[in-house]
Write a protein that binds this ligand. Structure first.
Ligand code: SAM
Length: 272
């Protein structure tokens, strides 16, 4: 049988389909999620149900979001799952998680072995709903988990690190080798837990400004900030804000980026 066929389903590359089949890893992930009855449990990309089945064994109801029509149809007729699932056959990037949380009457617990091709934009989409989310557990490329948890002065530290750490406490849970999937991905994977802060440690008044500063700085990460942010801050202003102008994007902490963003939001004439 082709390596691309798993449980009679031909894996679709464009949907990032790598199905988990390692029972030990599946057990560890479900234990890490620790789903309880009466919680608002939401899975992104249930696929053939490798995680959905053991999670559903512990609870009565859950919501799943699956883009692949064939897989959504399989779940809808699954003998054990069908009565427990609310199935949204939809792109998770278009889901309004705030409305879902409101409907379910509590903050969401979101998890998924995410399609790697859209995992970063999907996390940014979810960050805009952190007030409606209690926690998230995701399988990602290990390299993406490294970027999520990276601190300043490291190569992995980038815009994703700053934005993720702005919203969430981030805890790596376990590493997963390619052999745990069918078909096996070319990269190592890891599971991470993201817990949105009830109170943001460094709140910014205008997130668009933070997004702009971090994009501009990290898009030119080899340049010193006096150059990469030169159209937004003078050297004197950077110094006054506690930033050495010869630092590079990767030397600036999350707190410092937030400080820069709040200052700039208060001085809109500085923004060209
Ligand atoms: N949860 C299953 C497992 O662990 O074996 C499947 C994981 S597979 C890596 C990713 C799943 O996400 C696939 O079922 C795929 O069809 C689905 N998917 C891909 N893009 C999606 C999207 N934009 N929205 C929702 N689901 C998506």
């Amino acid at each position: 049988m082709s390596k691309l066929v798993h449980q009679g389903h031909l894996a679709r590359k464009r949907f990032g389909q790598n199905f988990l089949h390692d029972d030990n890893i599946i057990d560890s992930i479900v234990s890490a999620i620790h789903p309880l009855p009466d919680q608002a449990i939401v899975e992104i990309g249930p696929g053939l149900g490798a995680l959905t089945e053991p999670v559903a064994e512990r609870i009565d109801r859950m919501t799943v979001i699956e883009l692949d029509r064939d897989l959504a149809a399989r779940l809808a007729t699954h003998p054990f799952l069908q009565s427990k699932l609310t199935i949204l056959q939809q792109d998770a990037m278009t889901v309004d998680f705030a409305a879902m949380s409101q409907q379910l009457g509590q903050p969401l617990r979101v998890f998924g072995n995410l399609p790697y091709n859209i995992s970063t934009p999907l996390m940014f989409h979810l960050f805009s709903y952190t007030q409606a989310i209690r926690d998230m557990h995701f399988m990602l490329q290990k390299e993406v988990v490294n970027r999520l948890v990276a601190g300043p002065d490291s190569k992995a530290y980038g815009r994703l690190s700053v934005m993720a750490q702005y919203y969430c406490q981030i805890i790596p849970v376990l590493e997963v080798p390619p052999t745990s999937f069918r078909p096996a991905p070319k990269v190592d994977s890891a599971v991470v837990r993201l817990v949105p802060y009830a109170e943001l440690p460094y709140p910014v008044s205008d997130l668009g400004v933070l997004a702009r500063i971090t994009s501009q700085a990290f898009n030119q990460r080899r340049k010193t900030v006096r150059n990469s942010l030169g159209n937004l801050f003078t050297v004197e202003q950077l110094k006054d804000l506690g930033i050495d102008p010869i630092m590079r994007a990767e030397n600036i902490s999350v707190a410092q980026y937030c400080h820069l963003a709040n200052w700039l939001a208060e001085h809109p004439s500085q923004q060209d």
